[in-house]
Design a protein around this ligand. Sequence first.
Ligand code: SF4
Length: 123
Amino acid sequence: MKKCVLPFRQFVVHWDGVVDFCCNDFGRDLVIGDIRKRTVEDMWWGKEMTAIRAMLRHGDRRFAPCYRCNYFGGMRQGCLPPIPPATPEQKRLLKRMLAKSKKHYKQDQLPSKVLFAANEMKG
Ligand code: SF4
């Protein structure tokens, strides 16, 4: 499988504070945290990003959304740090994150102003 460098270079802070590990995670399948609750530094160097990087450093895309992503992996893949493959504990962490991330789809978690705007547009 293909390696990917993106989580070594960036992550995404959404308008509502939710932090996503990749700009191609359109559905928020794998949420890292919330900028209102954790610092950027804590999340950037945290166990969640470390687990994701361990998977992608070794070309293992067997988790959402990476398994369905055809991004070629990015330039300068040879510059990736020599980190070991993901451990069973890191894989279990990813599974827990995937299960937890589902809550970010829920409409009722959107701020009331956004919900109001969405309802207005329907009419
Ligand atoms: S494989 Fe795709 S979804 Fe996964 S980190 Fe790379 S660009 Fe993002």
